[in-house]
Design a protein around this ligand. Structure first.
Ligand SMILES: NC(=O)c1ccc[n+]([C@@H]2O[C@H](COP(=O)([O-])OP(=O)(O)OC[C@H]3O[C@@H](n4cnc5c(N)ncnc54)[C@H](O)[C@@H]3O)[C@@H](O)[C@H]2O)c1
Length: 346
């Protein structure tokens, strides 16, 4: 079995946090960070980490020193790529920095890149990343987390099987104090593309009041809800799927998708997966679908998938070209809003 040399650029919680080893049934805690995912996978080791902040490098050594005592720390990712010659590169910086780092990784030694969502803040940046990955035969996976959740994958398999008939509409709702479009909405819009399995053709968008000035997203990491609006949109996919996205900042927290097909409906959230079919006339039958809680999920699923595709071939569940659709939609919503909530071709 090969061992893959991994490096991480960007060391906040999503890049570097360490779960308690004692939590979680059977396989222990399911990681919620890139470092923890590399720790969990038996064929990966972290050989280098990079952050602009020295305190983040110290914190990494304190947290993970017992696992990777030899790890080298850097403030310059290009120097790290040159010295460490990594096979796997995690890009976990603020969004506007994803592109330069991913391109340098693809043009260097990386066989695979796991980049945080959204792919980038502009379409030219997303295109540079995709082109560099394709030109160098490097896998580019974008960490839109729900793509590695068993329940969402199972729901899409159910739609693909045709047992509920063709998918016609998607209704997505997301609420919470941090229900901002670029920060958290990107996950929801990505899942709409995941289920629709088509190209977004056109849309109409409406931003949070007070964001009339917001014509571009700077990718500041999105910690402050005042810097990233909530939004609503109607998105028309080119296979005829009609998708409604409704995201709003409020105290009530959560998200959900209703996927209505010709012969039934799936209601799915992070908490529940339910299939609704017609019992008679106007009456519905509800059936909860159990899902496998022991699969590798989130970043762990993403790392395991990269190793599998590197070794055995196949396609990724969250490639750069898919994540580009989500960015197109979010930028299209900005354009629609500023033109007076008009139809925008994507
Ligand atoms: N998948 C998820 O659920 C999830 C959750 C949280 C954050 N994220 C994503 O993860 C990324 C990081 O989010 P965040 O909130 O930690 O962002 P952040 O901006 O707070 O922090 C990013 C870290 O990257 C470092 N950094 C920035 N530019 C750098 C560079 N050129 N070289 C080295 N280090 C650099 C910063 O010093 C900082 O420590 C974002 O893309 C965000 O959207 C995803």
């Amino acid at each position: 079995m090969s061992t893959y040399r991994a490096v991480i650029v960007g060391l906040t919680g999503i890049g570097a946090s360490r779960p308690s080893e004692t939590e979680g049934p059977v396989f222990g805690a399911m990681p919620a960070s890139h470092a923890a995912a590399y720790h969990k996978h038996s064929q990966t080791e972290v050989v280098g980490v990079c952050d602009l902040r020295a305190e983040a490098l110290d914190a990494f050594r304190n947290q993970w020193g017992d696992v990777w005592p030899q790890v080298n720390t850097y403030t310059d990712y290009r120097e790290m790529f040159d010295k460490e010659q990594p096979d796997l590169v995690s890009v976990v910086t603020s969004d506007h920095a994803h592109a330069d780092i991913s391109v340098a990784a693809a043009e260097g030694s990386a066989q695979a890149i796991l980049c945080e969502k959204p792919i980038a803040t502009t379409l030219p940046d997303a295109d540079r990343m995709i082109e560099a990955a394709e030109a160098n035969n490097t896998l580019l996976s974008i960490e839109h987390t729900r793509r590695w959740y068993p329940s969402y994958l199972q729901a899409r398999e159910m739609i693909r099987s045709g047992e509920l008939g063709a998918l016609r509409t998607i209704v997505c709702e997301q609420f919470g104090p941090r229900a901002m479009m670029f920060r958290n909405g990107t996950h929801m819009i990505d899942m709409m593309c995941f289920f629709a399995e088509a190209r977004p053709a056109w849309l109409v968008g409406d931003l949070e009041p007070g964001f009339e000035h917001f014509t571009e997203y700077m990718g500041d990491g999105g910690h402050d809800p005042a810097t990233d609006p909530f939004a609503s949109a109607y998105i028309h996919f080119d296979n005829g799927v009609r998708a409604f996205y409704n995201c709003r900042k409020m105290a009530f927290n959560g998200s959900q998708f209703s996927l209505t097909c010709e012969k039934g409906r799936i209601e799915i959230s992070d908490q529940k997966f339910e299939v609704i079919t017609q019992r008679e006339a106007r009456w519905w039958s509800h059936a909860e679908v159990p899902t496998d809680p022991y699969m590798a999920i989130r970043q762990s699923g993403a790392v395991a998938e990269l190793i599998r595709v590197l070794e055995r071939g196949g396609t990724l569940v969250s490639p750069g070209r898919e994540a580009r659709k989500t960015l197109q939609i979010m930028l299209g919503i900005l354009d629609s809003h500023h033109a007076g909530n008009v139809r925008v071709d994507v």
